[in-house]
Design a protein around this ligand. Structure first.
Ligand code: C2E
Ligand code: CA
Ligand code: CA
Length: 853
């Protein structure tokens, strides 16, 4: 069982889930925003670059376009200038017919090749031929161009040496124009020879008028190419300064960066919005989740704490209710043993963990592992086990087992070694005489009934011998109880020596023994047994340097000749015993019909008892009961006596059995109850009154109603009345007994179990019936001084009583030693001759009054 640890780190985390979620989301969002800003900047920069690049591109394109126009013009002019025919018709004198009319240098140059101006300048520098816009005109080239041409003429004539023309851009009255010039030469014509001196120069001019310029730009991928307007050079309109100061052109930028921005920016914005929305949504969700997590953490923390507390509580309760807690896995190997394991068992926990169940514990019921598999599934499975303690002694524990489905088993273990020993001892004592170790009356009755069930025959009868020691009382009185006890012990041994193994010797009273003997073939054989028994007992006993002589009287009854019921057989053997004693003792008598005289006597007593109540012959004695601690009077037990007009004072042992048999017990008990309650009503509130109930009263009903009416009549507080019951009450019908007892409890009276330890099952009754107290039978208390060992029994009973929250009273306390011993074992209350003899109503009243003074 792992202890559940509350992780402090988890607690800290738990409390900051919300802020952590918020924090990380804010960070995420910031990162996203920064990313978008960066993308924006990048895009703008890219756009800018794109625009810039595109501008540069356009400029280059324009330059290339103009260059190509220049080149074309240059090469065209060269074709015409370095042509022999042209040299012949134009150099010295202009053959207009050849040139213009025959279209060798006429309008087609304008219409087909686009030269608005075609000029020939003679070696003197005069314009001798000019065709403007396809029309023959007389215009000086420099006038039409509004520009000087001297440099151009010189360059053209110089270039002609290398068969080259010159071309350039010029500004022709605000319009850029391409000008190409070449000196006239015969070219490669072998028939024409050039004369010395300067040559005429042919000039072609192509004005780049708006349409022409735009078309030219378009051919080179530049839109809207035109001469720059006055506001040209603004940011949006790119311009180009043409070389040779030919002017400035502008064009409409295709602005790819802008286009890019136009396309990308909305996309990025939409994406940004979507991201933003998503972030907001996630923030909300995670905040909510974090909040739930926080509250879950809080709940978890709370439930962990609660779990820890309840686990603690469980552990405390489990440990308090048991000695240790264990767990085994599915292979039945120990995986957990609680702290107290070591203290209780003396074994080392570390060494026992991992051991197989069977290695540590054994059971009288065979292999524990098999038992687990067969029984541990049911609720409240309990098994008694043995183990070897650290000190090497065999100890007993009670395991409560519970299956953990699929994982193994767990449960508690309680050391019950002492309890088992005490129980065995109590069981033994309940069947045996504490002094001699012989069977007691209970065991004897059991044995007898068992033998009778085997149906003895006349030929093989069952013989019952009732033996009473003669002259024993003086031994007790003169030499003391110890000597008496020694004699009883020796007698027991001698009796046992006279019998075979399967016969029974029981001690049923102070000096009364019963022998149950089977397989006697004839009365003679029985008589010889009796002789042997008496001879044995007549042998002297040597006790404390005293020579003690006693003898015995024997009464004999036989089944089936005399009776077939155990009780009858016992009574007849008793009757025969009295006959033997009457017959002079030291002898034996067989039961005979004429012995019925005693039965007749009994009948007489029965009829006398009927009048006893009416005639007011019953008396109550009260025997005080004391708290041992502080020696305070706790209460008194009412004991009935009969002042018989002829026989004198009779004890309850004589007439209660008759009353029970005849049903007279009801009026008798009513009288006792009434008289006891009335007497107690006059005592102080803290003094209890105990009244003995007979088991036959339970069977004949109305007990609850009777007690109720007595309480009402006497006005006694029900809490002061205690009813003493023996276990025979419960023997007949447990259910009825329980319901009557619950009825009595409901009245508010207390219930005590009387003569505890003498019955068969006092222990189990104590657990399952609503008793408030128990009275330890005096046979146990008597043993207290004889041998100190009996103290452990009393101790066990006291412990048991304490465990069941019962008041424990010891009866028959006759000596100071016994009282001291009872005090040591912490017995609650005591009653006995040593403390107080039973006394009449007046005496107890005086005693109580004295106590008050
Ligand atoms: P009990 O209930 O065990 O009552 C105690 C008996 O032990 C009483 O005998 C009492 O005198 C005796 N006793 C008290 N202290 C000592 C002691 O220190 N040593 C010895 N050896 N004996 C002691 P008693 O008065 O003869 O009563 C015998 C039994 O008769 C009682 O045993 C009880 O079971 C029954 N009894 C007495 N009165 C009534 C009654 O009113 N109704 C019924 N149904 N039974 C009664
Ligand atoms: Ca009693
Ligand atoms: Ca008793």
């Amino acid at each position: 069982m792992e202890k559940l640890n509350v992780d402090p780190k988890a607690t800290r985390q738990g409390t900051s889930n919300l802020s952590m979620a918020r924090g990380s989301l804010v960070a995420c969002s910031t990162l996203l925003l920064a990313m978008f800003l960066l993308v924006g900047l990048l895009l703008t920069s890219i756009a800018h670059h794109l625009n810039h690049d595109a501008g540069e591109h356009s400029r280059l394109d324009i330059e290339n376009a103009l260059l190509s126009v220049e080149k074309i013009a240059g090469s065209t002019v060269k074709d015409y200038a370095f042509w022999g025919d042209a040299y012949q018709h134009l150099h010295q004198a202009i053959d207009v017919e050849w040139a213009f009319v025959r279209q060798n240098l006429g309008a087609t140059l304008f219409t087909d090749l686009g030269f608005q101006g075609v000029f020939i300048v003679d070696p003197a520098g005069r314009t001798v031929y000019s065709v403007i816009d396809g029309q023959l005109q007389t215009v000086a080239v420099q006038d039409w161009l509004h520009a000087p041409i001297d440099t151009l003429l010189a360059q053209a004539r110089a270039a002609a040496v290398n068969s080259q023309s010159v071309s350039r851009l010029i500004n022709a009255g605000g319009t850029p124009a391409v000008l190409a010039a070449a000196a006239l030469t015969p070219g490669t014509d072998p028939d024409v020879t050039a004369d010395d001196g300067p040559q005429s120069v042919l000039i072609f001019v192509a004005k780049l008028e708006p349409a022409r310029l735009e078309a030219l730009g378009r051919d080179f991928g530049v839109q809207g190419l035109q001469v720059a307007s006055s506001d040209a050079g603004s940011a949006s309109t790119p311009t180009l300064q043409l070389k040779d100061n030919a002017g400035v052109v502008q064009w409409s930028s295709e602005d790819p960066g802008h286009q890019l921005l136009v396309i990308i920016v909305p996309l990025v914005t939409v994406a940004g919005l979507i991201f933003g929305l998503m972030a907001w949504f996630i923030l909300r969700r995670t905040t909510a989740a974090a909040r739930i997590m926080d509250s879950n953490y809080a709940t978890l923390q709370a439930s962990r704490a609660a779990l820890a507390v309840s686990e603690e509580r469980f552990r405390d309760v489990a440990e308090a209710a048991s000695d240790w807690i264990w767990e085994v896995d599915s292979h039945l190997r120990f995986t957990y043993l609680s702290d107290r394991f070591e203290a209780i068992t003396g074994l080392v926990r570390r060494e026992c963990l991992g051991l197989a169940l069977d290695e540590l514990l054994t059971s009288d019921q065979g292999s524990l592992s098999i038992w687990f598999k067969e029984h541990a599934r049911r609720a409240n499975a309990i098994v008694q086990c043995n183990y070897l303690s650290g000190e090497g002694e065999v100890r007993i524990c009670r395991l409560s087992v519970r299956e953990i489905p699929g994982q193994g088993y767990r449960g508690t273990a309680s050391d019950i070694t002492e309890e088992v020993a005490a129980r065995r001892r109590i069981e033994y004592l309940s069947q045996h005489d504490a002094l001699t170790g012989l069977a007691n009356r209970t065991r004897m009755q059991e044995f007898l009934e068992g033998k009778l069930k085997a149906s003895p025959t006349l030929e093989k009868p069952l013989v019952m011998l009732s033996i009473d020691l003669d002259r024993f009382k003086p031994v007790n009185d003169l030499l003391g109880h110890a000597a008496g006890d020694e004699v009883l012990n020796q007698v027991s041994r001698r009796l046992q020596d006279c019998l075979r193994g399967d016969d029974l010797v029981a001690r049923i009273g102070g000096d009364e023994f019963v022998l149950v003997v089977a397989d006697m073939s004839s009365p003679l054989e029985v008589e010889s047994l009796c002789r042997r028994l008496i001879d044995c007992i007549e042998q002297p006993f040597y006790i404390c340097e005293h020579e003690v002589f006693i003898s015995a009287s024997i009464g004999i009854a036989m089944a089936p000749a005399d009776a077939t019921l155990a009780e009858e057989l016992l009574r007849y053997a008793d009757i025969a015993l009295y006959e033997a004693k009457d017959g002079g003792r030291n002898t034996w008598r067989f039961y005979a019909g004429d012995m019925n005289a005693r039965i007749i006597e009994r009948r007489q007593l029965e009829s006398d008892l009927r009048h006893a109540i009416k005639n007011d012959e019953l008396r109550l004695d009260f025997q005080p009961r004391y708290r041992i601690e502080g020696k305070r009077l706790a209460g008194a037990e009412a004991l009935v006596r009969w002042e018989h007009p002829l026989r004198g004072l009779l004890g309850p042992d004589v007439f209660i059995p008759i009353a029970e048999e005849t049903g007279l017990i009801l009026p008798l008990s009513n009288w006792v109850l009434h008289a006891a309650c009335q007497a107690a009503a006059g005592w102080p509130e803290d003094v209890m009154i105990s009244v003995n109930l007979s088991s036959t009263e339970f069977q004949r009903g109305h007990l609850v109603a009777r007690v109720k009416s007595v309480l009402a009549e006497t006005g006694l507080n029900p809490a002061r009345l205690e009813l003493e019951l023996t276990e025979s009450v419960m023997l007949n019908d447990e259910k009825i007994a329980l319901s009557i007892m619950l009825g009595l409890k409901a009245l508010g009276v207390r219930l005590l179990m009387d003569d505890f330890g003498t019955g068969y099952s006092s222990l189990s009754y104590l657990r399952s019936f609503p008793f408030d107290g128990l009275k330890i039978d005096r046979s146990f208390v008597g043993g207290l001084t004889a041998s100190g060992g009996d103290q452990s029994i009393i101790q066990a009973i006291v412990g048991l009583g304490r465990a069941l929250s019962l008041t424990v009273t010891a009866e028959g306390v006759e000596t100071l030693d016994q009282l001291k011993a009872l005090k040591i074992v912490q017995c609650d209350e005591a009653q006995g001759f040593y403390l107080s003899m039973p006394m009449n109503a007046q005496a107890i009243s005086e005693l109580i009054t004295r106590r008050m003074d």
